[in-house]
Design a protein around this ligand. Structure first.
Ligand code: PLP
Length: 281
């Protein structure tokens, strides 16, 4: 989330509707911490709550502090593909015991304190089952290992792809940002590689390697086609030139090397064939 565009959106919204938005939801995408200080300053100036989407950022830190502890609330995901899993579900990080109590109340059908089922407010059945929670408690013991491995995978990709012109591996923008590198993402310079991410994606698929485009931006989702949007083209451009590489814990160093090697051969081969066809001259 761009702090500049965020402030522009807030101002524009106030001007149009006379209302200040109640909350903002910055997301730590692929585990990379959002620009927290700038968000917090905007939140302070306009008195808007921050709810962090820290679903991908368990273990990431910003200025030494864990993602998920900056907002009034933060959501974590324990889906099967996340840093640790309970097979499904997640957690809400609250700022006060009272908020936590209220959350549990609403997540467990908002039952009043009575011997019979009595409801004075509307609740939901959002609680995690004891079986899933049990799995999660076990996963907590290997959380640090999982984070370390994801970071090691990222480091390995970075080294293996470092000499490859036209490929940029996402990195921490400064020491303040310490991503958990939940997924390792690359940007592909179409000019330098003469390839689109889709062509690389298809080549890798042929080699039994699953890669993915970056998340499709929300404003490009058909369901939000009529929603107001404040942007400068950055997210659409990243969607256009980005690729997520296989980053799962099940992958060995050899398999990471296999992926990196095929990315390199795909680009070299392509440049080679362009060269022999005289296209590049
Ligand atoms: C996975 C994810 C979610 C959703 O979490 P679930 O537990 O699958 O509902 C939300 N936001 C982001 C950024 C995610 O990566």
């Amino acid at each position: 989330m761009s702090p500049e565009l965020l402030e522009h959106a807030i101002k524009d919204w106030i001007r149009k509707t006379g209302k200040v938005p109640k909350a903002m939801i910055p997301v730590h995408l692929y585990g990379m911490p959002a620009q927290i200080d700038a968000m917090k300053e905007i939140a302070r100036v306009y008195d808007i709550r921050i709810i962090e989407d820290a679903a991908e950022a368990l273990g990431s830190t910003y200025k030494g502090r864990k993602c998920g502890t900056f907002g009034e609330f933060a959501a974590l995901s324990f889906n099967g593909n996340k840093m640790i899993t309970t097979s499904g579900g997640g957690a809400l990080v609250c700022s006060t015991p009272d908020q936590a109590k209220k959350t549990v109340f609403y997540a467990t059908q908002a039952r009043d304190d009575a011997p019979w089922y009595q409801h004075s407010s509307i609740g939901y059945n959002y609680r995690m089952s004891n079986i899933c929670a049990g799995i999660g408690r076990g996963q907590m013991m290997i959380l640090e290992e999982h984070i370390a491995r994801r970071r090691a995978i990222h480091q390995l990709y970075k080294e293996l792809l470092s000499g490859m012109e036209g490929i940029v591996v996402q990195e921490n923008p400064s020491r303040d940002y310490q991503s958990n590198f939940w997924l390792t993402c690359i940007l592909i310079d179409k000019k330098a590689t003469k390839l689109t991410p889709e062509e690389i994606y298809l080549y890798l698929a042929e080699k039994q390697i699953e890669s993915r485009p970056l998340w499709k931006p929300l404003h490009l989702q058909p369901v939000f086609s009529t929603a107001p949007f404040y942007g400068d083209g950055t997210s659409a451009s990243l969607f256009d030139i980005g690729l997520c590489l296989p980053s799962g814990l099940g992958l060995s160093d050899e398999e990471i090397a296999y992926v990196a090697e095929h990315i390199c051969t795909c680009i070299k081969r392509n440049n080679q064939s362009l060269l022999t066809s005289g296209y590049l001259i």
